[in-house]
Design a protein. Structure first.
Length: 169
């Protein structure tokens, strides 16, 4: 069987960041999401999370720049641009937009990178650990409540499982 094709967002100095691919070998939630933002056609389930067409283009550009910086430096521009979710799943944050990501060795393995929350004046953040070389962008969603919905956490873990299975073949 041929190796699955992933959209590489940036092959940086520190990480290669690519879009995860579902079990069907074609579907990539983040690739579809980025395309819809770029085309000003993203439509979340809730109108509370909707972005105007100009905001969609700006968000797309911001995400591309943030991912490039992360791939090249191992860091994001601001502390609040990421968060740890569950079991080695992390998220990139921009307003209410979230993109889940995970790391892998490229051979279908992962070891969850978990850090302790660092407390700052107004709250806290999870410092970024040293990830494995390959970063996969798993899912994209609009966060509408303070806590990430369980269905989004479950989906991110399922996409990771499906994506990593391609590397083991």
């Amino acid at each position: 069987m041929t190796k699955v094709e992933r959209r590489v967002i940036c092959n940086g100095v520190v990480y290669e960041v690519a879009c995860a691919v579902r079990a069907d070998r074609m579907t990539s939630p983040v690739a579809r999401f980025l395309d819809s933002l770029k085309e000003k056609k993203w439509s979340p389930e809730s109108t509370d999370a909707a972005l105007q067409p100009d905001e969609q283009v700006k968000t797309h550009a911001w995400l591309q720049a943030a991912i490039r910086q992360f791939a090249n430096t191992g860091e994001f521009a601001h502390m609040g641009n990421w968060n740890s979710l569950v079991n080695g799943i992390w998220e990139i944050k921009r307003w209410q937009i979230r993109i889940s990501f995970f790391d892998t060795d490229g051979l279908g393995n992962y070891a969850p990178k978990i850090t302790e929350r660092m407390h700052t004046g107004g709250g806290g953040y999870f410092p970024l650990p040293e990830f494995d070389e390959y970063i996969r962008l798993g899912t994209a969603f609009a966060k509408e409540t303070q806590k990430t919905p369980q269905r989004e956490l479950d989906l991110a873990q399922l996409v990771r499982k499906e994506d990593l299975a391609h590397d083991k073949q």
